[in-house]
Design a protein around this ligand. Structure first.
Ligand code: PLP
Length: 454
């Protein structure tokens, strides 16, 4: 590329950036800009964002079905279900009604010393949909905290059984389990998000997924070596999401489960991303006939409406906490655990899996993604195209200016958030085939605009 072309691209990117960075009520480019957007810029701290170089978030006024309406009237098709949560689309009337009526009856009550019908019914519904005797449900309010609770359960399981020293976790390269301190320690240590904190985090046991015989043997040896200090193994079954939408086979998951049994280490399945329909089953582990000791759900649990998470343990784990000794209780209790509105939203969301053909819709999405993303495979900057359930991924040799790329997707009328080297979609399960085609064609088109780095 010659200097002139390079300068032109630089200028174009700078102009776009300037437009986004100078959004204010007095900016002549945005005459009708309401003052709340200026307030957002002054006072709202956005997630995972370098505010100096990244355009401020697009102002949203409302959303319905798969469409997000921006404050300026433009409408985008949501290709990522608001961080993989809004599985029934926005404002499904069944969830909306459940939330409104619960709000008017009992918006919140502490679960310490009280119980209420929505939490009890939801616990039973979740126990019923989980395999085996995963029957004991502890509610929290975010995925990260659900994982932390699972880790606490695992550590204390051993202590309550009189086994000391088992307080570490084996986790896999490419994994992501949250942003809190305990969960950061079990994320991939090399991905950029948490590297600043490496000195502060408790070191854990990092392993490779056993995707071949050699790695299987290595994992076997690693587990044998650390068995006396390991409380559990943490895995995202079949798809590592935030680590780059990396897929592994059912056989790999089975092997991990087999080694956990062999070395008597608890298996914690993080289904916060993969569970509740994402891969075509309510529980992803079921695809491999694996029953973990502890499983976690969040994100789609309430259909992406209100925050709620669940950590579910087998009877074996639960019974280790039954004792005359108060110190053997699980000492955890977030203020909003089992919030009645959240539980009602989750019950309504589970109804929808029964009343509407959700899992069939996911299978249809899978087929359509396979067909429509395939043409990207031949593009110069594309390394791989892969699909699993409602997840469609184009892996590239490099995304270049990712903010520019995100802006291009907005221009195409779809909301897609590429990261790392991937362009991916995880649409709401209710997306129609025409809308999905708009998403896939934008993905293929913009992957085609990328320059190959190899
Ligand atoms: C597999 C997995 N585990 C845990 C989390 C953390 O959930 P939350 O963001 O609700 O804390 C996420 C979030 O993306 C996730 O994908």
């Amino acid at each position: 590329m010659n200097n002139k072309a390079r300068n032109e691209i630089f200028l174009k990117k700078t102009i776009i950036r300037e437009i986004y960075m100078t959004v204010s009520p007095n900016n002549p480019l945005f005459p009708d800009m309401p003052d709340w957007q200026q307030q957002a810029r002054d006072n709202l701290w956005p997630p995972y964002t370098q505010m100096r170089t990244t355009p401020i978030g697009l102002p949203v006024s409302e959303a319905e079905g798969v469409r997000i309406t921006l404050a300026d009237g433009r409408r985008l098709i949501d290709g990522v279900s608001s961080w993989w949560s809004v599985c029934h689309g926005y404002r499904h009337p069944h969830i909306e009604q459940a939330v409104i009526s619960q709000m008017q009856k009992l918006p919140h009550i502490m679960l310490g010393g009280y119980q209420h019908e929505p939490a009890a019914r939801l616990a039973t519904r979740l126990a019923d949909l989980c395999p085996g005797d995963l029957n004991h449900v502890f509610f929290t309010d975010s995925g990260s905290v659900a994982i932390e609770v699972g880790m606490k359960m695992a550590i204390q399981y051993w202590l309550n059984n009189g086994v000391k020293g088992r307080h570490k976790f084996l986790h896999f390269r490419g994994g992501y389990h949250g942003d809190t301190f305990a969960t950061m320690a079990v994320c991939d240590p090399e991905e950029g998000m948490h590297s600043h904190f490496s000195g502060v985090l408790t070191p854990q046991v990092l392993a490779e997924l056993p995707v071949n015989d050699e790695l299987y043997e290595r994992l076997d040896m690693q587990m044998a070596k650390h068995a006396d200090e390991l409380a559990g193994v943490l895995i995202e079954p079949l798809v590592q999401g935030a680590g780059g939408m990396i897929f592994h086979s059912e056989e790999v998951l089975k092997k991990v489960a087999r080694l956990c049994q062999k070395h008597n280490i608890l298996l914690i399945a993080d289904e916060i991303m993969t569970g509740l329909g994402r891969l075509g089953e309510m529980v992803a582990c079921q695809r491999a006939d694996v029953i973990p000791d502890i499983i976690t759900f969040s994100k789609t649990l309430t259909g992406g409406t209100v925050p709620l998470a669940a950590t579910i343990a087998t009877s074996r784990i639960f019974e280790a906490f039954l004792s005359d000794d108060p110190a053997k209780a699980l000492m955890h209790g977030p203020t909003f655990m089992g919030n009645p509105i959240g539980c009602m939203a989750a019950l309504a969301s589970l109804d929808l899996f029964e009343q509407e053909p959700r899992l069939e819709q996911v299978r249809a999405i899978e087929k359509q993604l396979e067909k429509e993303l395939e043409p990207a495979r031949g593009l110069p900057a594309v390394k791989d195209v892969r699909v699993c359930g409602s997840i469609g991924v184009i892996e590239t040799t490099g995304l270049g200016d990712v903010n520019f790329l995100k802006q291009r997707f907005v221009e195409e009328g779809v909301w897609i958030r590429p990261f790392g080297s991937i362009i991916y979609t995880i649409p709401p399960y209710i997306i129609g085939s025409e809308d999905l085609s708009k998403v896939t064609s934008a993905m293929v088109k913009l992957a085609g605009e990328l320059k190959s780095n190899t």
